[in-house]
Structures are given as structure tokens and as C-alpha cells.
Design a protein around this ligand. Sequence first.
Ligand code: FAD
Length: 333
Amino acid sequence: MTGKQFFVLGEVRDRHIHSVTFELTGKARELADTCGGTVTAVLLSGGLDDDPETLLRSGADRVMTVEHPVLSMYNQDAEVKVLAHLLRRETPDVVLAPATTSGRTTLPALAAELETGLTADCTGLEMDPETGLLLQTRPAIGGNVMATIKTPVRRPQMATVRPRTFRAPDRKAAAGGAVIRPEIPPELFVSRVVNLGFERGEDGGSNIQDLDVVVSGGKGLKRPESFRILEELAALLGGGVGASRPAVEAKWMGYPHQVGLSGKVVAPKVYIAAGISGAVQHLAGMQTAGFVVAVNRDPDASIFRVADLGLCGDLFDILPRLTERIRKEVGAE
Ligand SMILES: Cc1cc2nc3c(=O)[nH]c(=O)nc-3n(C[C@H](O)[C@H](O)[C@H](O)COP(=O)(O)OP(=O)(O)OC[C@H]3O[C@@H](n4cnc5c(N)ncnc54)[C@H](O)[C@@H]3O)c2cc1C
């Protein structure tokens, strides 16, 4: 393939292509289009129930699928060997991978194997028009600054990105490109790891990452009982409740509800932030939300800079009125 090659190491869970694969393929397409590059999505699995062609319709020029029983459950050993083999053969310039539990386990070992660098948990990716290098932006120094990191010498330039950091592109009705099954030497599937079983963990009942509406509260709520106001509004809108880190640290909400750099990344259609100042670490968890409503009594609060609708005033006055108004609109009892 000619031009810069962008590889996306996709994720397959329960035989389905995880949504983060589409988000990263869309981002890789955007980056590749700035420099006439090509995008290849790679899927390792024990078998797929989804059609890999959907990735061609999401911006990939080709999809490589590798299927083997050893890959049906996460296996770092085998994944690293297979991916290192493919990347050495294909020599891409840029490799993007999800910062999921498995991505965070595979990628450091893969980077070490390939003797290249890795920027984990990027919140922004761009191509430098002057040098053609990948600009990898992520929070640094305890989250107090945003650092932009380059990999000028070693190849590939590798970055991981948390799910929902980028929006998945709209799928085209049809697309060209090819799905290929590369030959992998069988010995690469021989692993020191034997998977004995898989037990799904609990997420504390919070599924805010999958919801269309998230109503989040911060330190401005002042006490745990105030979260009832948010729960009422969220229930009316068919959504869930999120929280800033200080609200979680104060035990007003459980950690599974935390939105931000050290919590979850959410991308709802509507995000309501009440009594949240809008620190960069909080924004990292909701920057891809569709429509942001901010309620804050400080007119200079940073949250208003990212809000589509800003309501400046006391949340204890505004939220009950908003809830009442919506209740009337939807005709709920
Ligand atoms: C490494 C690192 C990781 C971090 N990770 C996260 C993270 O994942 N998520 C996160 O949220 N933070 C995170 N933080 C913390 C972050 O820097 C901020 O401290 C935090 O987001 C602030 O939370 P807050 O907005 O609830 O509180 P504050 O900054 O104290 O803001 C409270 C807001 O409420 C408003 N307010 C008060 N009373 C009312 C009222 N009656 N009506 C309306 N408005 C009112 C105030 O005007 C103020 O703007 C992290 C920090 C670091 C260093």
C-alpha cells in the first residue's frame, strides 16, 4: 500500500465488534485523509458474528481478520505475538488501539516487543502538517496539564484511546475495500497462558456509558440527598446519574457513576451538568456528548464554555423547576 499506513487494532467482545473499533476507524480515516494515507482495521477473535465489512463502510480501506480458538478469550501472550508479526510485516506508521482493559494490557507489551513508544489514554490525536508526525495529546502531571507527545524516531507511532473519546462515523451505504485473512504461522498461537474460565464483573449498577441522557452532579450539590433531585430528572428523561470526582470522593455517589479522566467516558445525546465547575479532568469524560446543559451559579464557571445551553443560577431553584416543566411536557405523573 502506498502513503502513510494507519492501523486500528480493533476489539471483539462476545464475537461482536466493539463500538470503540468504529470510533477509532473513523478517527484513523480523518487522520489518513490529511496526508493521503490508508486505514487498515485488524480484528483478532475466536470467531465473529458481525460482518467485518461494516468497518469498510466506517472508513477502513481494508480489514484483516485473524480467527483462532486461542483468541476466543483474551490472551495477551498470543495477541502480542500475532500483532507483532503483522505489524513487522506491514510496517504501519501509526497504530491506534482502544484503552480498554485488554487494550491496556496488550499495547504496552506490544510496544516493548516492537521497541517503540506508546502514548496511553489519548484525548486528542492530530497529524502535524509540518513534520507529518502524529500529535498525541493526553493529560499529564497528575492531570494538571495537557501534554502533546510525538514519536519522532521509532515506528510505529502507537496510541491508545478510551471508548467514546471520539464519535463513531456514520456508516456509508456501500464501500470498496477488502476483508483479508492473513496467513499467521501456527506456532504464534501456542500460548503459555491457559484460560480456565471467564467471570463477568459487576459495575455497581451504573450503565451511564450506554445511556442517551446523563444528569451529573458535582460539589455544588453539597450533600448526598441532593442527588435525589438529579435521579428524579434523570428518570423522567430515561437517563442515569453521573457525578464529578469530588462528589464520589465525598461518597455522595458510588465510583461507577464518576465521569471524567479517572472515571467513565460518556457520550450521551444530552448531558446535564449541575454544580460542576468544568475542570479539564471532568470534561475529558463528557466532551463527545451531543448537547450539554450546564447549571451553575458562577457565570465564569468553565463548564459554560462547553455548554450548548447555560443556566446561570441556583441549582436548587432551577432543577426542580426544570423537572416540573419536563414532567408537564411529557405528561408524566
Ligand atoms: C489526576 C486527576 C484526575 C481527576 N479525575 C477526575 C474525574 O474523573 N472526574 C472529575 O469530575 N474530576 C476529576 N478530577 C478533579 C478535577 O480536577 C476537579 O477538581 C473536579 O472536577 C471538580 O469537581 P466539581 O466541579 O464537582 O467541584 P468544584 O470545582 O468545587 O465546582 C463546584 C461548582 O458548583 C457550583 N455551585 C456551587 N453551589 C451551587 C448552587 N447552589 N447552584 C449552582 N451551582 C453551584 C460552583 O459555582 C462550582 O462551579 C481529577 C483531578 C486529577 C488531578
